[in-house]
Design a protein around this ligand. Sequence first.
Ligand code: SAH
Length: 224
Amino acid sequence: MRIDIISVVPELMESAFNHSILKRAINKNLVQVNLINLRNYATDKHKSVDDYAFGGGAGMVLMIEPIAACINDLKSKNTYDEVIYMSPDGELLTQKLSNQLSLLQNFIILCGHYKGVDERVRQHLITKEISIGDYVLSGGELAAAVLSDSVIRLLPGVLNDETSALSDSFQDGLIAPPVYTRPAEFNGYKVPDILLSGHTANIEKWRHEQSLLRTKERRPNLNQ
Ligand code: SAH
């Protein structure tokens, strides 16, 4: 998989891809992540990528010219399944959507900034718009990192234990059961006896029951 992320502040995402599971995935060549600075595609001598909104009002808008130049350049070298724009009014990111995206080969993520991007970018250059929740961020960078993380960890070979992602919340329409580690007792707070019993079948049964209970309590509408 190859993910090309276009942004005016790519540095904001560097740390997300330089540690832990994502770093390992990149080092193992399971995914290639390219952070692209939109300023490299500015078409005027001042290297501008944004301008005032037509009609007035506060906030700058990312211009279509550098974005089009950047996307065209990428497309001249690679084929892409999707050109995604991170947007608060896009399709809400869910595990189901992450699963779908994990089957793609290559995609571009465009991060907006300031007031967003010229609407013509969204109309003509973008194939999918994704939101990470009903709140507004300063830019699409953190959202792009969230989206990429949720997709990359699903790629075969990224997680050490191949079945690990399958037992996470949402994957099977259920919330994950509680987990515990040493010590078995802390300040009188005990780990449920069943988990210390060594009886695998009973433990699996208990975990499933806990999942059902949690889903009912916390996400009763999960499967609707
Ligand atoms: N004026 C826009 C918000 C712009 S926020 C509006 O009211 O809808 C600046 C940029 O941050 C956006 O262009 C988008 O790329 C990103 N962004 C903000 N909130 C986001 C969210 N919840 N999900 C995904 N991207 C978001």
